[in-house]
Every structure is written in C-alpha cells, then in structure tokens.
Ligand binder design. Sequence first.
Ligand code: NAP
Length: 316
Amino acid sequence: MVHKAVILGTGPAGYTAAIYLARANMKPIVIEGPEPGGQLTLTTEVENFPGFPEGIMGPELMASMRKQAERFGAEFKRGWVTSVDFGKPPYKITVEGIGEIESESIIISTGASAKLLGIPGEKENIGRGVSTCATCDGFFFRGKKVIIIGGGDSAMEEANFLTKFAEEVRVVHRRHELRASKIMQERAKANEKISWSLNKTPVEVLAKENKVTGLKVKDNETGTEEVIETDGIFVAIGHKPNTDFLAGKIETDETGYIIVKPGTSETNVPGVFASGDVQDHKYRQAITAAGSGCMAALDCERFLEGSASHDWSQSL
Ligand code: NAP
C-alpha cells in the first residue's frame, strides 16, 4: 500500500505536521523513534509555550500534541528508520521491526540531539540541575550559581543569557582559546557576572538528594582536579541533527542539517519536506519547531494536490 504522507519523528514539528495533515484527511503515518516526544520529554517545566500561563511539563505537552494528532486520524508506528530510497516516487522508508513503507510524500522531523559530555552524573541529573537549553531552563536559576560548558557561540550566547537570572555564571572550557566568534567572546568577556575556568576538562557531575551540587574538573596542564560548586550545569557543546539515516540522499550542510528552500520546508527532493530542528540550528524552540511542522504539512498538502497556488488562509 502506498501512503499519501509519512512523517518521520515526533517532536513538536512532527506532531504539528501530523495534526494538520490528519485534519486535511491525508491519513498520515507517523514513525515514532526511540525518543518519542523528542527533546521536550527530557525537560521538566515548559514556561514559554504560548497558551499555558501556568507552564506545562514537557512530557505532558508532547503527550497532548500526540493525542490531538490521533484524534484526527494520524496513525503512529514505533520503529527506527534505517534507510530511505528517494530515487523515484513512491518513496521507500525502511523501518526496523516494521519493514518497508511506501509513500507519495515524506516530512522529516527527526530533530537534533544536544551533545552530551558522557561523564558520570550528567545524564541522570538532566532536569535536576543539568540542562542543555538555557532558554528553556535559565529562569529556574534566579539568584543561583551556574556553570556553562563549552567555548563556542552557543556557550557565549547562553552564558550572557543566563546572567539575566543567575548571580554568577562560570564558563568551563576544555582549551585556553575559545571557538566562539570574536564579537560573542568580547560580549561575554565584558560581562562582569561571567567568570572563566579555561583549559579544564569536566570529569564528573556531583549531586546530592537529586540536586546538582558541583562539577569536578581536571586542569589540562597540571592534571589536578577540583570541584566547582554550582546549582546548575548547562552543557553547550553543540547539537547533532538526526540525519545519519539519510546517508547523502538529501541535501544537507556540512554539519548534517537538512537544507530547505528559504521560507519553505521544501528539500531538494520533490515531495520530501523538512521541519523542526533537523533543518534549524538557529532558533531550536518548541514553538518554532511546531510552526515549521505546520509549514511542512501545508507544503506537503499542496504538493499532494498538485496545486502550487493554493490560498491557505481559505482552507484552515
Ligand atoms: P560549536 O561551535 O561546535 O562549539 C562547541 C564547543 O563545545 C566548542 O568550544 C568545543 O570545544 C566544545 N566541546 C565539544 N565537545 C566537547 C566535549 N566533549 N567536551 C568539552 N567540550 C566540548 O557549537 P555551538 O556553539 O553550538 O555552535 C554551533 C553553530 O551555531 C556554530 O556555527 C555557531 O557559530 C552557530 N551559532 C551562532 C550563534 C550566533 O551567532 N548568535 C549562536 C549560537 C550558535 P573546542 O573548541 O575545543 O572544540
């Protein structure tokens, strides 16, 4: 059976695309990967998603979006996409445990994963003081001490952002030189609330009673270890788009992010669309991902109907 539309990934982008396509009667099949709900299921309270004045827990928000898509007839299948064939339509997707799925169109919303250090205490304390998103969690550290790990633009930007809340922000970076652009470095260095621990490798996240208390670091020159006391640790060592399974079948930039035609969700393959963090290394917010999922669904619907000049405002 050839489906009309298959959506890969179930973060805010995939769920939103599913809601729109299901409401348009396109009967989308949604493939849920190993982390259903995406990055938001790793956070605790989400306070900046419009419509929830009291905030909402990340997993709850994702579960509600899934329910909403199901209500309109989206069909969910759990599995790991191992390969795709975009040679000619219908396109083929191979899903471990399910087999081959054929579809006239595909929306890729497989997201990006924040890179982690892989040190003891890190993963188990996500949501208990360890975070990979300053925009999401900075607010919880009002008047507290936080550490940001990394020396790139993200680390500098997030360090500056965190000074709005935290009393002290310490940047821990594994080299003496920062990777960040000059302007971002200068901005961070001019900020009196930011202090620096350079040429130090993070070794272990320390926690007590489910709360982060410190970061053990090793000096790369002397080899001596010390504990920096802190209330929170923000890991900002980059993101990796989840595009390995595409293996060169679609145009990406050198870091693996899918390239879309500006202002659309169109990839270089007709009928294959991308939305959410898999094509966005800049904004990376639940709300922007959801918005781009909506764009992908509308672009996809237009593709399936073969009408390039549809007025969307008339059909919603
Ligand atoms: P990035 O440029 O790749 O920087 C990652 C940083 O993390 C580097 O300093 C790196 O150290 C460090 N790191 C990586 N793995 C590590 C590990 N295992 N242990 C300790 N440290 C580790 O990533 P990014 O800062 O997220 O930026 C990604 C892209 O987005 C860049 O092109 C950036 O310019 C862009 N961006 C731009 C803006 C802006 O202009 N406003 C803001 C954010 C991001 P080394 O330096 O030693 O490799």
